[in-house]
Design a protein around this ligand. Structure first.
Ligand code: B12
Ligand code: SF4
Length: 453
């Protein structure tokens, strides 16, 4: 079969498709291509940077969905289906709310598409008997293996020079607000560290991004991975819970294996809000001040993520969070507005409390804008929460603060490479956050003659 994979864009900025200059390779499709049985012809369209080839003949179109790209994914799916092409939707959003995705697809893949599921789906498609839902059984295993991702799909497309890979999937936590936590429900699995090292040794990039939810969820497995990475002399970043800051051996191996920086979800400095989030483990390794000092001493740059708007949040607590982040000179900080993703416990709670805005389905609503609160916060208006979130982002990323934060001798300017990374990505991050704030989701039919605008 001739198969087209599509990575949808998010939407429109001032009437034109969002052009993300920090675009990364859509690793999902390198994985799907790798597990596609021989005999099929595979193409990738990245809607973020190229037109969708509606006019070509495809036997099957497979589209990835995330909550912010769902509207655009459905537009593309509807258009292919109107012309008689079969469409499969997969990814996080379709897995969280398969009944909605099913309205725009011939088949919906729920959860991981491994060799078994994807092979069966393709066989059904080839025989013309595609079923409506394909449910993954991947969550029941402890380990998983993966053929080498087919990165050749990305050749010639404009991406950051960073290779993505994955060591583990799932997460041992189930935070109230988290989409993947609510999909995996505490299940966690890892690949053989030697398989990951072999994959990384046989590719041409020096900078690696691990897509794992929490690369240190199983410290023993993480240590085994980091030992395998040391001889490769790569530079990597990824996402980790604060667990590593409570394990000196883990932190040492992490640094020796080439860890350049980590995304860490501090989320809130308020223990009551952390408890409501089901993330009290954040405080298990010492106070935030103590753990940040330990991480700085190890020289690891931090991308600190905060979630603004939990029930104890006030205007002053948001300002205090900003001041604290600035005082720590984090390389990057993300001040995200709490957002109820469908399928999460948070979504169900806010709906039961009558606090969802935009008729509940904010991700499809004409009036919803990226970065705006989609629920009624307990202690301020939704508009005020959105404003304060933007203010925090602007303050943290002002030119003055970018230069001031660069001067942390333990992390951001500890050597030339760190300083280069800091200054390569901070202006990019600042430009993108300004650009994508208040974006309209989807293209709303602004397509002409087979060209997506
Ligand atoms: C890497 C990553 C990023 C990268 C981007 C990567 C890229 N190439 O563009 C960065 C850091 C830039 C990023 C940004 C954002 N991200 Co992000 N990101 C991830 C992360 C950590 C990994 C994704 C990944 O590559 N996984 C590895 C691949 C192999 O797995 P996969 O994509 O799930 O695919 C498998 C299955 O889902 C399925 N599948 C997927 N698609 C399809 C399609 C078909 C046809 C089929 C059959 C199967 C299938 O099969 C695949 C193989 O098994 C996920 C969390 C996660 N673990 O999924 C969050 C996640 C996807 N991101 C999320 C969010 C919210 C964002 C942001 C909006 C954050 C923000 N506030 O700005 C932005 C904007 C995203 C955008 N669309 O522009 C959320 C989405 C929530 C939701 N309900 O949809 C997630 C789930 C994180 C979370 N736990 O909440 N992200
Ligand atoms: S620890 Fe992170 S990845 Fe795991 S459930 Fe919580 S927010 Fe999601």
């Amino acid at each position: 079969m001739r198969i087209l994979f599509v990575k949808p864009n998010m939407g429109l900025v001032r009437g034109r498709p969002y052009d993300d200059r920090g675009r990364m390779e859509p690793h999902t499709f390198a994985v799907l291509a790798a597990i596609t049985p021989d005999g099929h012809e595979i193409h990738l369209c990245d809607d973020r940077c190229e037109p969708v080839p509606y006019r070509e003949n495809w036997d099957l179109v497979g589209i990835n969905t995330e909550v912010y790209t769902a509207r655009r994914a459905y537009e593309i799916a509807d258009r292919f289906r109107a012309a008689g092409t079969r469409v499969v939707l997969g990814g996080c959003h379709a897995s969280m709310i398969p009944s909605e995705a099913a309205d725009h697809a011939d088949a919906v893949c729920i959860g991981e598409a491994d060799e078994e599921l994807w092979g069966a789906l393709l066989e059904d498609a080839a025989r013309g008997r595609l079923g409506p839902f394909y449910q993954s059984k991947a969550g029941f295993r402890r380990e998983f293996a993966r053929p080498r991702p087919q990165t050749g799909l990305f050749r010639g497309k404009p991406y950051l020079p960073i290779r993505l890979t994955q060591f583990s999937r799932g997460c041992t936590n189930v935070c109230e607000y988290c989409a993947t936590g609510n999909i995996w429900k505490g299940a966690f699995q890892t690949r053989d560290p030697r398989e990951v090292a072999e994959e990384l040794a046989n590719q041409d990039r020096k900078y690696i991004f691990f897509t794992d939810e929490n690369i240190v969820a199983d410290s023993h497995a993480a240590k085994a991975l980091f030992r395998e990475l040391i001889p490769l002399k790569l530079h990597w970043t990824g996402q980790a819970s604060l667990k590593f800051a409570g394990d000196p051996e883990l932190m040492d191996l992490m640094v020796r294996s080439g860890c350049a920086g980590l995304v860490v979800g501090f989320e809130s400095r308020n223990p009551a809000d952390l408890a409501t989030m089901r993330k009290p483990s954040n405080l298990a390794y010492g106070s935030y001040d103590e753990v940040v000092e330990r991480i700085r001493d190890a020289g690891i740059m931090l991308w600190a993520a905060f979630l603004l708007g939990y029930d104890d949040e006030t205007e002053s607590s948001i300002r205090e969070t900003l001041d604290w982040a600035l005082s720590k000179k984090f390389a990057f900080s993300a001040f995200n507005i709490l957002t109820p993703y469908p399928g999460t416990a948070l979504y169900d709670r806010l709906r039961a409390e009558g606090r969802l805005l935009y008729d509940g389905k904010w991700w499809l609503h004409d009036d919803y804008r990226f970065g705006h609160a989609a629920f009624r916060p307990a202690r301020m208006s939704p508009e005020r929460l959105s404003e304060l979130g933007l203010e925090a982002r602007l303050a943290h990323n002002s030119i003055y603060q970018i230069i001031r934060r660069a001067t942390d001798p333990k992390t951001n300017c500890k050597d030339l490479r760190s300083l280069f990374t800091y200054f390569a990505y901070n202006p990019l991050f600042r430009a993108e956050l300004l650009k994508k704030h208040a974006m309209m989701l989807g293209y709303r039919g602004r397509e002409r003659g087979g060209i997506s605008y």
